[in-house]
Structures are given as structure tokens and as C-alpha cells.
Ligand binder design. Structure first.
Ligand code: PLP
Length: 385
């Protein structure tokens, strides 16, 4: 046991069940532990390191800003956050961006925006936000309450009011009263890489539009190219009123963003919401660079690599099915536990993730075909063993 693991256990709050792995450096899609053993990354630090580890262009963008200044506060104007907001709006058609520091915070801001929009127009009481069973929206009190997983609604009583949990079924959504918004992941990530049905999403978007109910897409995991389009919603043919982003947007530095459409572009005004660290110039300078790299060529490659993974795992002994889009994939196993598969893969130099009972793959978007092949050989072996 090296000293770091002991220190971690002694001093870090015990909220994480860690694998027996201490990564000390990385480059591209490969990294090294403290003993110099090499690994291929199929997890991107849970969908964060979209350009892999220590991408040279991203480091340059971050360092150049770091040498100018590291923080000013939102009391003053700052170039990197304006540039990142412009790049996001130009790319997606959204009107305004609110920056914060995490996915949960982005969803919090989306919840506040939806409630305020409805309050302004309809007065108090029309404040219910519908979320879908098996969703995951974060760990703060409101986003934990929004997370429709009964097992997580424990210990921290009282939970916030104003959420209703529904199946992926319009009848159960239409039966809810006083709804101001529906919040959904188009591919449920933590819930097990479960894509929503396209026809259901279109019907939901139509019903929301007809009833002035805001559609909030939680793209914290699916966004920023992960599924092979910049936003996953593009592949569903709908335009949510609000989209939240986080994980991949900073390429490894903490950032969250709320993309706000026409309907609520003026809903939040001065003093109604804020974040001391939100829009940090160093983080946003890196984000501008990340967006510049996620072009149509890279997105095409992400789609192709996703198809390659699905084809490679098809028919592998022990694999029941593969779900997901682009490089957000979930492998349903016949018998083995996903946690055991991940442990065995790590022992053999490959780092996948789990999502409930599935093995989840979120490799860096820039992973090469050769690295993917090598990693999948190990994964397929471990599953079939
Ligand atoms: C990870 C995740 C979150 C929470 O993001 P944090 O940065 O951990 O707060 C919210 N929604 C979805 C869909 C996620 O995948």
C-alpha cells in the first residue's frame, strides 16, 4: 500500500468507493500508474477528458490565459467567457449562456430558470418539474430530488418539493398537474446508457411546445460531441428550450453551462442567480479551444468509432447487447457483473466504467482505431473468460 492510498483513506471523506488504481500521468488516451504500468483509457474520467490527457493545444490555450490572469469575478467583463458563450450560441442556435462549475449546478440553474419563467407568466403554483425514471441529474438537494431513482431519495430528508417522476410514456406525463418543465437526458447515462425512444422524444417536445412547458435537455454527459453530434438532441430532431452541459466542455477543468433558448433568454436578470467561480477565464479559454477541435470531421469519426465498437462486440460470448450512440456506449452482460469486468480490465491495462449493471464506455473522442482495437480485445477477452 503506498502512502497516498493510506492518506486518502485517513483524510478524504468516504463518499467514493475507489478502484485500486492511482494514475499519476497521462498523454492522449494512455496513462500510467505510480509503478509505471500503462493503461488505455475507455472512461475519460467519466466523460470529461474529451481530448484525452494533456492535449498540447488545450494546455497552450489554458497556459496562455493563466499567464494573463486567473480570475477577475463576475463584477467585471472578461474575454474568455464571452468568447466561449459566443462559440456555444453560434454552434447551437441558443441565445444566452449561464456559466457555472458542474453538471449539478447547471441543472440547478435550469430548474430556477424554468420556475421563474412560469412564475412570470402564470404566477405561483405552476412549478412542477417532471423527470424520468432512472434519470440522473446531480447531487445537490434539488438535483438529487430531480434524480428519479428511489434508492437515492434517502437519508437527507426533507427533499425539495416540486418534482414528479414519470415513465417514458406520454400518458403518465400528461397526467401530472401544474407542470412548468420536463427535464430529461436523451440517453440516460448513470441509469445504464438507456436511449430514449425517438418517437417519444418528438411527442414530448410537441406536447411541451403546445402547453408552454419548457423542455430541458440534461446533456451534461451526452453533450459536446460525445454521441457523434455536438448536442445529442440533434439526433432526436428536437430543440429543447434549455440544454445543460458540463463534463466534456472544459476538457478536464470544471465548468458547467446552461444554454438558454429564445423563450427564456430574458428570464434571469441581474442578482437572480450567480456563481463566484462561474465563467472562470482559464477554464473558458480551454473550453474555446475544445469547441474549436470538435468539428464535423471529429464528430464523423466519433460516429464511426461508435459503430466499430458495436460491430466488434456483436456476438462476443457473454455480451447480451450494446446500447448508446457515438462514444457513449453501454454493454449489457449475460452473467458477469460489470464491476468485476471493470476490475479485471484494469488489472489488464484497460479502464472502462460501469453504469448500473452495464459496462459503460466513454473513451476520449480522439481515441485512435488502433487503441480502440487493443482495448476491445482485452474487454472482449475479460467478458468471455
Ligand atoms: C454527471 C452528470 C450530472 C452531474 O454532474 P456533476 O458535475 O457531477 O455535478 C448531471 N447530469 C448528468 C446527465 C450527468 O451525467
Amino acid at each position: 500500500m503506498d502512502g497516498i492510498k493510506d492518506k486518502d483513506r485517513k483524510y478524504i471523506a468516504g463518499t467514493y468507493g475507489r478502484y485500486d488504481l492511482h494514475i499519476v500521468r497521462g498523454s492522449g488516451t494512455e496513462c500510467e500508474d505510480e509503478k509505471g504500468k500503462k493503461y488505455i483509457d475507455l472512461g475519460s474520467g467519466i466523460g470529461v477528458n474529451c481530448l484525452g490527457w494533456c492535449d498540447a493545444g488545450w494546455i497552450k490555450a489554458v497556459e496562455e490565459q493563466l499567464e494573463k490572469l486567473q480570475h477577475t469575478s463576475n463584477l467585471y467583463y472578461s474575454a474568455p467567457d464571452a468568447q466561449l458563450a459566443e462559440a456555444l450560441c453560434t454552434r447551437t442556435g441558443y441565445k444566452k449562456v449561464f456559466f457555472c462549475n458542474s453538471g449539478a449546478e447547471a441543472n440547478e440553474a435550469a430548474i430556477k430558470t424554468a420556475r421563474k419563467y412560469s412564475f412570470d407568466k402564470y404566477g405561483a403554483g405552476r412549478d412542477t418539474i417532471v423527470t424520468l425514471n432512472k434519470s440522473f441529474h446531480g447531487r445537490t438537494m434539488a438535483t438529487l430530488t430531480a434524480t428519479a431513482q428511489p434508492a437515492m431519495h434517502n437519508w437527507f430528508f426533507p427533499f425539495n418539493g416540486g418534482f414528479a417522476y414519470c415513465d417514458k410514456d406520454m400518458r403518465s406525463i400528461k397526467a401530472q398537474k401544474n407542470v412548468c418543465a420536463v427535464m430529461a437526458e436523451f440517453i440516460q447515462g448513470e441509469g445504464g446508457v438507456i436511449p430514449l425512444d425517438k418517437a417519444f422524444v418528438r411527442e414530448l417536445a410537441d406536447w411541451c411546445a403546445q402547453n408552454d412547458v419548457l423542455l430541458i435537455a440534461d446533456e451534461v454527459q451526452t453533450g459536446v460531441g460525445r454521441t457523434g453530434t455536438f448536442l445529442c438532441s440533434e439526433q432526436f430532431g428536437v430543440t429543447p428550450d434549455i440544454t445543460t452541459l458540463a463534463k466534456g466542455l472544459g476538457g478536464g477543468l470544471p465548468v458547467g453551462a446552461v444554454l438558454i433558448g429564445e423563450k427564456c433568454e430574458n428570464t434571469l436578470s441581474a442578482g437572480m442567480h450567480g456563481s463566484t467561480f462561474g465563467g472562470n477565464p482559464v477554464v473558458c479559454a480551454g473550453g474555446v479551444y475544445i469547441l474549436s477541435r470538435i468539428d464535423e470531421k471529429l464528430l464523423q469519426e466519433v460516429r464511426e468509432k461508435g459503430e466499430f465498437v458495436k460491430a466488434r462486440l456483436q456476438g462476443v460470448k457473454g455480451v447480451k447487447s450494446v446500447s448508446g450512440l457515438g462514444l457513449m456506449l453501454g454493454i449489457e452482460l449475460e452473467e458477469k457483473s460489470a464491476a468485476d469486468v471493470v476490475k479485471a480490465c484494469i488489472a489488464r491495462g484497460v479502464i472502462p466504467l460501469t453504469a448500473k449493471e452495464k459496462v459503460r464506455l466513454l473513451p476520449p473522442l480522439v481515441i485512435t482505431r488502433e487503441q480502440l482495437e487493443r482495448a476491445l480485445d482485452v474487454l472482449a477477452d475479460v467478458i468471455a473468460e
